[in-house]
Design a binder for this molecule. Structure first.
Ligand SMILES: Nc1nc2c(c(=O)[nH]1)N[C@H]1C(S)=C(S)[C@@H](COP(=O)(O)OP(=O)(O)OC[C@H]3O[C@@H](n4cnc5c(=O)[nH]c(N)nc54)[C@H](O)[C@@H]3O)O[C@H]1N2
Ligand SMILES: Nc1nc2c(c(=O)[nH]1)N[C@H]1C(S)=C(S)[C@@H](COP(=O)(O)OP(=O)(O)OC[C@H]3O[C@@H](n4cnc5c(=O)[nH]c(N)nc54)[C@H](O)[C@@H]3O)O[C@H]1N2
Ligand code: SF4
Ligand SMILES: [Mo]
Length: 743
């Protein structure tokens, strides 16, 4: 093969940019550029995408398994590694039962097609209630709010960025994060579009972030008080007769309850706790109501905090009250080409939580998971059902979850840990077996999860660009083999047969969900139609062809199939978002439930915040452009420069604390302490200190030479694992009380 340029969808964040990757005759990766012909990203690229080649070439990235022998992680063959998993896992399952093995699913597993499609096979085979994931340090509150309001935890409305006239952003910095629960390459360009159309962007954030600077208006807010602000906006709408659900009126219930609940939250009452003046709040509400179209959007700052579910709920209450839910230019429901969980013709039972509870603290299950913040106690606390083994799938909980110090120690006490990971890092250094997988350029990709939250309906498939290292199985074969071990069939089970079962299961579910399109077609018809595909491409083809735009195996000529996507390397645009009410709803009442009892029961806790004495200094996080949670600090071109682990502090606070720019400050909380340099900036509100998460790689046993040499500390040593949003079990990672002193 000579030199070539491959078109790939970047899997590193939620924006799904199309990239042009130059590959030379030897298979070395050259320049990576934005693909100008990509139907969604139109050439946009960020520094992380541009470093895909450096990630591919990183000598510290694992290309083969490691197995612990005589206390040390040593290279092993794939067969040896799987045999070791079987040897260690089976006795634990046999002696202590299914719940003795916990699983933690990390963020990159949502960016990996094989994991999205096959990881549930492993989780099912493990049969454990002890399922944890990065969702409970992230977006779980939004999913719980969506579940109760709309009937499905994946019915998360996304702002219709390209048509809206007014965008109110709370706790998100998409110019740096590139967007979340809002798949949208080039957010900056799309925000400029709003402004060019004469619209307005308003940002609410304790930091004047990059997004805030690009916006028309910015308000500082005290961390953790967004629900108060949102309730006050709701109250003003009722008080001033601005509630206008429009065509939604017939599809909404609970309006009167919301009006009643909002009563105590006057702009005057919330002004003190939020730090936003009553007059400003009234103006914000009026402008939101007056805008021809508007969308309210909240992200990490509104979910990883004390009132995460209430804030997430109120965001969409506002979208309904202003008539902007499900309306062009408002907050809309995407309809993706494959896997759209809320598009089934046969909706399941209405949403619920708490079907079972965690062993130690009795945390209610949410989406079949327990809070990641409670993993340590499940490992530490003796008794029947104690977690003795852990399977980590593309996650780094020892870095990413609260009280990381406690969890790190707990991991060290496990009888067995298996990490599916591409680095030896804070978490996998504790593993007994590490199984890496193909890198982003070595596996096929289709953004099954994130296209369900896109601001346009799009589909784009990327075949593997380069071969995986010799002997390395695909991620789906790794997961199937582990499922076979967990299920008792053994490491030598016939994986082809297992894969056939997975495909048949998908075909059955897809046909049932497809309604008319699936009618009269049998599972074997469907499987025959996708011959000779196997593994990930087979499952994806089944999903696409029975999906909302699918060809129905010929029933709808011209419809989507994997072959159609293979013929369109720059993607297929399926058009702007379309209204989906009432079809998308799956609530008991069949309406948008504005006042679900499970959520409104938490309002008194919020009301108590009105009278709470202000905390001293509180800690929040921040993201940096050339960073990706805890795992890309080993990529030379991404570290250093502005990507520094500093404590951003307002000069007024610094003066009071006797701290100068660049000086080391010791931050301490109930759970731990860290020392990082101070960075003085007027862009952060007084009383708040910001430290980015994902640093602190210089721990014994970590094998990331670049990352280990970068300075920085893990901010999650300070995050308190006992502080949770009770409805969702989500960790509080913003608004943590901390003390500051010169180090
Ligand atoms: N204080 C604070 N903490 C936070 C946050 C915050 O804002 N503040 N944010 C939270 C959020 S939103 C999230 S999503 C979580 C993330 O939490 P996690 O998902 O636990 O952590 P990541 O840092 O994403 O680590 C991902 C792991 O996957 C591995 N990996 C990457 N690619 C692959 C792959 O292709 N295959 C395999 N097998 N492994 C791979 C990496 O080496 C790394 O070990 O962190 C949370 N933690
Ligand atoms: N470059 C880069 N991009 C990323 C990631 C990364 O690590 N680096 N991580 C990815 C992941 S996993 C996710 S989930 C997304 C997250 O995407 P975003 O939600 O956009 O994440 P952040 O950039 O952390 O923005 C959160 C903002 O909330 C503010 N904030 C903190 N506390 C509060 C509060 O109480 N109220 C309000 N109103 N604001 C508050 C912070 O100051 C910050 O500006 O980003 C993704 N993209
Ligand atoms: S914005 Fe996200 S998807 Fe786009 S190039 Fe950067 S990391 Fe990749
Ligand atoms: Mo995340």
């Amino acid at each position: 093969m000579g030199e070539r340029v491959a078109h790939v969808t970047c899997p590193l964040c939620e924006a799904t940019c199309g990239l042009d990757v130059a590959i030379d005759a030897e298979g070395a990766v050259g320049a990576v550029r934005g693909d100008a012909a990509d139907v969604f990203s139109h050439g946009y690229i960020c520094p992380k995408g541009a470093s895909l080649g450096a990630l591919h070439a990183d000598p510290d990235r694992l290309r083969g398994p490691l197995v612990r022998r005589d206390g040390e992680l040593r290279p092993a063959s794939w067969d040896e590694a799987f045999a070791e998993v079987e040897r260690r896992l089976q006795p634990i399952l046999a002696e202590h039962g299914r719940d003795a093995v916990a699983v933690y699913l990390g963020n990159p597993s949502a960016h990996n097609l094989a994991m999205l499609l096959y990881q549930r096979v492993l989780v099912k085979a493990l049969g454990t209630k002890n399922v944890f994931s990065a969702s409970t340090v992230d977006q779980m509150p939004k999913q719980i709010a969506a579940g109760f309001m709309f009937g499905h935890a994946l019915s998360v409305p996304v702002p219709d960025l390209d048509r809206t006239a007014h965008l109110l952003v709370l706790g998100a910095n998409p110019l740096v994060s590139n967007g979340s629960l809002m798949t949208a390459p080039d957010v900056r360009g799309r925000l400029r579009g709003i402004q060019a159309r004469g619209g307005k962007v308003v940002v609410v954030d304790p930091i004047r972030s990059r997004t805030a600077k690009a916006a028309d208006e910015h308000h500082f807010i005290r961390p953790g008080t967004d629900a108060l602000l949102l309730f006050a906006l709701v109250r003003v709408l009722f008080e001033e007769d601005l509630v206008a659900p429009g065509r939604l009126a017939g599809h909404v219930s609970g309006l009167a309850e919301v009006a009643e609940l909002a009563t105590p939250f006057t702009p005057e009452a919330v002004a003190g706790p939020t730090g936003i003046g009553a007059g400003e709040i009234r103006r914000m509400a009026r402008e939101l109501a007056a805008a021809p179209t508007a969308a309210v959007y909240g992200r990490i700052g509104t979910t990883t905090q004390e009132f995460g579910t209430l804030a997430s709920w109120l965001v969409d209450v506002l979208n309904v009250l202003t008539g902007n839910l499900d309306s062009p230019g408002g907050a809309m429901f995407t309809l993706a080409a494959a896997g759209q969980a809320n598009a089934s013709a046969k909706p399941g039972r209405p949403f619920s939580v708490g079907r079972w509870a965690s062993r130690v603290s009795g945390h209610p299950e949410t989406l079949g998971e327990f809070p990641a913040a409670s993993l340590a106690e499940e490992i530490e606390t003796p008794g029947e059902g104690r977690v003795r083994a852990l399977v980590v799938v593309a996650g780094n909980p020892a870095a990413s979850t609260p009280n990381a110090g406690r969890l790190g120690a707990a991991l060290g006490s496990l009888d067995f840990q298996l990490s599916l990971d591409v680095y030896v890092n804070e978490t996998s250094r504790h593993a007994d077996v590490i199984l890496p997988g193909p890198g982003p350029l070595e596996r096929p990709h289709y953004d099954l999860a994130l296209y369900q939250l896109a601001v346009r309906n799009v589909a784009n498939y990327t075949p593997a660009v380069l071969p995986a290292p010799p002997g390395m199985p695909s991620d789906e074969r790794i997961l199937l083999r582990l499922a076979a071990i967990a299920g008792g069939q053994g490491a030598d089970a016939d994986l082809d047969k297992l894969d056939d079962l997975v495909a048949a299961d998908v075909a059955r579910r897809q046909l049932a969900a497809a309604g008319e399109l699936g009618a009269g077609r049998s599972v074997s018809d469907a499987l025959a139609a996708v011959e000779p595909r196997r593994g990930v491409p087979r499952v994806l083809d089944l999903m696409l062809r029975t999906g909302p735009y699918g060809d129905g195996f010929g029933a709808r000529p011209g419809g989507l199939s994997l072959a159609a996507l293979e013929d369109a390397p720059h993607g297929i645009d399926l058009g702007p978002l379309q209204p989906r009410l009432p079809g998308v709803l799956n609530t008991p009442s069949g309406t948008v439930e504005l006042a679900p009892p499970a959520i409104t029961a938490d309002v008194p806790r919020l009301a108590a915040l009105l009278d709470r004495a202000p905390a001293g200094m509180v800690l929040i996080g921040r993201r940096q452009l050339r960073s990706n949670n805890s795992w890309m600090h080993n990529i030379g071109p991404l570290v250093g420069g502005q990507n520094r682990c500093t404590a951003q502090l307002n000069p007024a606070d610094a003066a009071e604390l006797g701290l100068a720019d660049g000086q080391l400050v010791r931050l301490s909380s109930r759970t731990g302490q860290i020392e990082v340099p101070v960075e003085l900036t007027e862009a952060i509100m007084p009383g708040v200190v910001s430290v980015p998460h994902g640093f602190g790689h210089d721990l014994p046993g970590v094998r990331m030479s670049v990352a280990a040499a970068t300075s920085g500390a893990n901010s999650n040593l300070l995050a308190d694992e006992t502080l949770l949003d009770p409805l969702s079990g989500n960790a509080v990672l913003n608004g943590i009380p901390v003390q500051l002193a010169p180090a």
